[in-house]
Design a protein. Structure first.
Lengths: 452, 93
């Protein structure tokens, strides 16, 4: 029989420490929707998504009620649209995106991911039109999320794609200037993109995935922070042990929800993503975990080591708790979505360069970074190239979600609202890498890729 | 997993006369059997936990939650009911 302490611990985690399931994401294959006629294609996409996910929100709410566990988001990830866009025009891509938007609205999900292209080794015609249409798509839809994989450890870095993405990001920001460049918050540039990531904006339904699948993303920085605070001055081995135990407990909830949701929806259960995902809520912060570990302000010397310990302990605890682990699985450090990160930037403790170093030891990358609106596209591309290189060399996923806020200067503020939060604008080096970026071509796969 | 049999009922708030009776009444009216009760006082905060069996219940878990929440408002405490697996998954391997 369960003990009183155990039951109260769970309830305290949920009520006081913001433990929640961040997302139940249904992956849906659109491969059978391929069609030469755009109207027929859009109709098939709409019908497929609305048929597959018509009970997703209802089942999510039902589980939330029965288990007393908040499920913050229900979302959909689809096959990369570029796969359906070969032989299609720019306008066709926009029509596909509008169809995704309508389908997402019809089933009641707040985001749908998969307006994506995988171009790590080069472009197909479909990849080109999808990427070209991203600024218009993201500025004229609310729910559609885009991602572009520009590199893998096996293929190297497609620097032509990196160069283009600098311009795409600037254009998307410009088109949503009245909302501080909000469109860029729905666009992620990846290296080694995972095929089963449930978290937005980078979720898509990979080519190795089944027809339909349920993936779950857990959260719970607040739970880990409280546990560390309750430990006093234990040594780092003890700290790691404690984090592992909390990660285990958090992940078990994800496993439970994923299994129940998959069973009720009659869909395969895919993976639990073991990420610590912060929210702007006070106490639900990865930065504050690092500070509870003994770093005066996130970004101070010691931050990378503390984050490495945290990230590793989360994975070790989580891996034992779930039969299938996947997605991004690591601590997220999005600046605008994490009140502790925002404070660290305000205090001058945390900057772009330190964030880049931190991404070498955690997932996912430079996430929700707001920079001045006048940063040139080549510099955006160069920031992407640096981050992507970290992923390629270290055989891990890295990503960039950067917002050059039009008309804003370093130190100004932007407000995105909701889970996207708010952020000060981070300064960017005024020195340029334009000549390097303009060279184009492909950075060859590193020696680490020759593993066979 | 569809129809939960064992459910954890938690009552949190300020202690007062008739708390257990109030909750037990709601359960009895709906043919729900109490398997275990424990309670504790944390500072001046009262916590009671019941594990109940809903196998022969007249109502489903969602309805039970609503009825308990209403009773909780009446008694000035927070009452919730959750599927036992929410706790089993976290604390039992």
């Amino acid at each position: 029989m369960l003990t009183m302490e155990e039951i109260l611990e769970t309830i305290k985690m949920i009520q006081e420490e913001n433990l929640d399931i961040r997302t139940i994401t249904m992956g849906i294959s659109l491969r059978d929707c391929a069609d030469t006629d755009i109207q027929s294609l859009c109709r098939k996409i709409y019908d497929k998504i609305t048929a597959a996910a018509n009970r997703l929100v209802e089942v999510g709410d039902e589980i939330e009620r029965e288990y007393g566990l908040p499920i913050v988001n229900k979302r959909i990830a689809v096959t990369p649209v570029s796969f359906l866009a070969d032989g299609k025009s720019y306008d066709d891509c926009v029509a596909i995106a509008r169809t995704l938007e309508r389908a997402a609205e019809a089933v009641g999900v707040n985001f749908i991911g998969g307006f994506s292209a995988l171009v790590h080794k080069g472009f197909t015609a479909g990849d080109h039109v999808v990427i070209e249409s991203i600024p218009e798509v993201l500025s004229t839809t609310e729910r559609v999320c885009a991602s572009v994989n520009v590199a893998t450890t096996k293929a190297g870095i497609n620097m032509d794609a990196v160069s283009i993405m600098g311009h795409v990001i600037k254009d998307a920001a410009y088109r949503t200037a009245d909302r501080d460049g909000l469109a860029c918050a729905k666009l992620v540039v990846f290296a080694n993109i995972p095929e089963d990531n449930p978290f937005m904006a980078g979720a898509f339904h990979g080519f190795g995935e089944p027809e339909k699948v349920i993936n779950v993303g857990v959260s719970g920085p607040g739970v880990v922070k409280k546990a560390i605070e309750g430990m006093g001055n234990g040594d780092l081995g003890a700290l790691s042990e404690k984090i592992k135990k909390m990660a285990f407990k958090i992940t078990r909830m994800g496993e439970l929800v994923g299994r129940v949701a998959a069973e009720r929806l009659g869909v395969l259960f895919g993976i639990v993503d073991l990420s610590l995902a912060p929210t702007p809520a006070v106490g639900d912060s990865v930065a504050e975990i690092l500070e509870a570990m003994g770093i005066e302000r996130c970004g101070a010397p010691g931050t990378t080591a503390a984050l490495a310990l945290l990230n590793d302990a989360v994975k070790k605890g989580g891996a034992m708790a779930s039969s299938y682990v996947g997605g991004l699985s690591g601590a997220f450090i999005p600046v605008s979505e994490d009140a502790g990160m925002v404070r660290a930037v305000e205090n001058g403790a945390l900057n772009l360069e330190k964030l880049e170093a931190m991404t070498a030891v955690c997932s996912v990358g430079l996430d929700m970074i707001v920079v001045p609106g006048d940063v040139p596209p080549e510099t955006i591309s160069a920031i992407i190239a640096d981050e992507i290189a970290i992923g390629v060399i270290n055989q891990k996923t890295t990503a960039v979600r950067i917002i050059p806020a039009p008309g804003k200067k370093a130190g100004d503020y932007v407000q995105f609202g909701g889970l996207l939060g708010s952020s000060p604008v981070l300064p960017v080096s005024r020195y340029r890498a334009s000549r390097f970026i303009k060279r184009g071509g492909r950075i060859p796969a590193p020696i680490q890729s020759l593993s066979n | 997993m569809d129809r939960p049999q064992r459910v954890v009922v938690t009552v949190l708030g300020k202690d007062r006369v008739g708390l257990i009776a109030g909750v037990a009444n709601v359960l009895a009216e709906n043919n729900i059997n109490i398997l275990d009760i424990s309670q504790t006082i944390l500072q001046d905060f009262f916590a009671m936990i019941m594990i109940v069996d809903m196998r022969d219940s007249y109502i489903d878990l969602s309805t039970l939650k609503e009825r308990l929440a209403r009773k909780g408002q009446e008694l000035g405490v927070r009452i919730d009911a959750q599927h036992e697996d929410a706790f089993n998954y976290m604390h039992r391997i």
